[in-house]
Design a protein around this ligand. Structure first.
Ligand code: PEP
Length: 256
């Protein structure tokens, strides 16, 4: 992995975690006081404020799993980027396949949320990925490059610190939570194509934007995935729920 790229490990707790589970946040902070890579946990909104207090001054950043595109208004049950930032979130996952599936989120909606997140100085982690049917039909690159083009907001153009404000997570839908992963060659093919397209669209500032792989990453397979040239980190679901497992993944990234 090239040294100029930022390295980023992000945990996604999804709809898991009660106040008692903040002990995992405390344990993660204690396990990795000085990682060479950046580490964030995207938590249920109910835990963000408390976790941010715990993580203050540590090497762990706290993030959210979605935001609304508007700053405020009549959107019952939704949370704006400003609210999440106010609670302590500095990262936000956008366009996760579970939100695209469960809530009908389109690329255009994801881009609008990305614009809102950037306006609040948050780092947007934009998720893309093909279904099994799309892969088997040989459409993977068409699908993910199309999602990339339409989900990354125009507001990224001209951002001098783009690599601190944007990360892309390639998450094959069929690999999320299933224990199945693509081959290393399949991951490398997609990540190389994503890097090329991002730089072609946004220019050299997109060179160091972290490209994360997501989908059944665990301590046992993290090192071989992080050894790939255009893989700069991971978005981790199940294995981020236990500090000991996530800490091993961060260690593998530190060593890559
Ligand atoms: C995810 O939720 O983004 C994810 C990749 O989940 P898992 O690691 O459990 O496959």
């Amino acid at each position: 992995m090239s040294d100029q790229k930022r390295k980023l490990a992000v945990g996604n707790w999804k709809m898991n975690g009660l106040l008692d589970d903040l002990e995992q946040v405390t344990a993660l902070i204690a396990a990795h006081p000085q990682p060479q890579s950046e580490m964030a946990l995207c938590l249920p909104a109910t835990l963000i404020a408390a976790a941010s207090t715990l993580a203050a001054g540590s090497m762990l950043w706290i993030g959210a799993q979605d935001c609304h595109a508007a700053v405020s208004g009549a959107h019952t049950g939704d949370l704006s980027a400003a609210m999440l930032h106010d609670a302590g979130a500095r990262y936000v996952i956008l366009g996760h396949s579970e939100r695209r599936g469960d809530h009908g989120e389109t690329d255009a909606m994801v881009a609008a949320k990305g614009t809102a997140a950037l306006a609040e100085n948050m780092t947007a982690i934009i998720c893309i990925g093909e279904t099994l049917g799309e892969r088997e039909a040989g459409r993977t690159l068409d699908v993910v490059l199309g999602q990339l083009d339409a989900s990354v907001p125009e507001a990224c153009q001209g951002l001098w610190n783009l690599s601190e404000r944007l990360a892309i997570a390639y998450e094959p839908v069929w690999a999320i939570g299933t224990g199945r992963t693509p081959t290393l060659d399949q991951i490398a093919e997609v990540h190389d194509a994503l890097r090329g397209r991002l730089v072609a669209r946004l220019g050299p500032t997109a060179g160091p934007v972290p490209l994360l792989y997501g989908g059944s990453v665990k301590p046992a397979n993290a090192a071989e995935i992080f050894a790939l040239g255009n893989v700069n980190g991971a978005l981790v679901g199940g294995a981020s729920l236990k500090a000991a497992d996530f800490a091993q993944i961060v260690e593998a990234l530190n060593a890559a």
